[in-house]
Design a protein around this ligand. Structure first.
Ligand code: GGG
Length: 385
């Protein structure tokens, strides 16, 4: 039986990194005998500009719904007007359907983002502290609520064309969605072996603004209720603005963090600086039955078409996806392939070359396709049948 994998390349560098992810999947199939039915669906801002009314073809929702695994590149494209991204008639960004649409449609309620500094990678924070940071000090899991909050899609414009003109975005925080994502964070913490790098403690930090926002007061309340079921784990809250500087100042304190949708979007991009940048950062959109895996970076129009974008986050997203699917289907070959891909990325990083500009600077930079090829060459040795 073939596993159905939907590939959503999107825009810009999303298309380029997805080509590398796809090549890895094809090699896994060839080398392990696992069978994949790969179905690529064009989507995003560029698709919308070409086709007019939709950001992906009709029937794409159903095709995603039938997939065993979804992989996403990156979406979003600058509007030809020069004012922001391409927007659709309903005001959503063109590229909304495969990203936020899929998260809400398929209840992919936990956006789990591992923040790990791989040996051989320098973080992207400048200054003299750079020397004392060790890879083992950055190893946390950030969990972002993925279906509501400020990204609920509710809101709109009032009194258009008048001086009273108003724009609203409604922040929805429900008990059901809060409880399930918080529970996900505690379960993930339970499964992590080492706890926080600083003290080995299993800790879940709930990032909120509960001194101001009602939704955050509610989220904190649900957090401490759920925490009672996990007495071996230390629960704490952190105010989001203070958290941003603690995160950068002492990342080793954090084990698992959980937060609402928009705070999560922001703090995980910030956290990616601890792991070498967005080219190394993976987002796993997890639901009870389905999941979609992506690099957290966007489509980076200014870098697209140059074969220079780091494909590692996409390739690591493929690894996470295969491990998730392997767990769901009790398929050790998939689990093994996921582990092997990760080991191959680690091997190329440890070797120090070939690596893209974001990791080694423009002077020493290799092309994206060279990095992909090096990872696959290493993978071939690991997966030799
Ligand atoms: N690969 C991630 C991506 O394409 N992100 C574009 C985007 O707008 N994402 C919104 C979000 O992650 O909430």
């Amino acid at each position: 039986m073939a596993y159905r994998v939907v590939l959503l390349p999107g825009d810009g560098i999303g298309i380029e990194v997805m080509a590398e992810g796809r090549a890895v999947l094809e090699d896994v199939a060839r080398l392990t005998g696992v069978s994949f039915e790969l179905e690529e669906i064009p989507c995003g801002g560029q698709y919308y500009l070409k086709h007019g009314s939709r950001d992906w073809p009709e029937g794409s929702e159903e095709r995603c719904g039938k997939a065993d695994l979804m992989l996403l590149g990156a979406v979003g494209w600058p509007s030809p007007t020069g004012k922001g991204p391409v927007l659709m008639g309903d005001g959503h960004m063109a590229g909304y359907s495969p990203v936020i649409g899929n998260r809400i449609r398929f209840e992919l309620y936990a956006n789990a983002r591992p923040v790990k500094l791989w040996p051989g990678v320098r973080h992207r924070i400048h200054g003299h502290h750079q020397q004392v940071w060790q890879p083992e000090k950055v190893d946390m899991l950030m969990v972002r609520e993925n279906t509501e909050g400020l990204y609920s899609g509710l809101g709109g414009f009032l009194y258009a064309g008048t001086k009273k003109n108003i724009a609203t975005d409604l922040r929805i925080i429900t008990r059901a969605a809060s409880e399930r994502v918080i529970r996900y964070a505690f379960e993930a913490c339970r499964l992590r072996k080492r706890g926080a790098p600083k003290d080995g403690k299993k800790r879940v930090t709930c990032i909120v603004k509960d001194n101001v926002l009602k939704g955050c007061q509610f989220f904190s309340r649900v957090f401490f209720e759920v925490a009672k079921g996990y007495p071996e784990i230390e629960p704490e809250t952190a105010i989001v603005d203070a958290f941003t500087q603690w995160l950068i100042g002492q990342p080793e304190y954090y084990d698992v963090c959980v937060t609402t949708n928009m705070f999560g979007d922001i703090v995980t991009d910030l956290a990616s600086t601890l792991q070498g940048g967005m080219g190394m950062a993976v987002g796993c959109n997890i639901g009870d039955r389905r999941a979609m895996f992506e690099p957290i970076h966007g489509s980076a129009p200014k870098h697209s078409g140059k074969n220079k974008a780091n494909p590692m986050a996409m390739i690591l997203a493929v690894a996470e996806g295969l491990r998730w699917l392997g767990g769901k289907k009790a398929d050790p070959k998939l689990m093994g392939a996921g582990d092997a891909i990760e080991a191959s990325v680690a091997a190329v990083l440890a070797a120090g070359a070939p690596l893209t500009y974001d990791l080694v600077g423009e002077d020493k930079a290799a092309k994206a396709t060279e990095v992909g090829a090096a990872i696959r060459a290493d993978l071939a040795k690991r997966l030799k049948r």
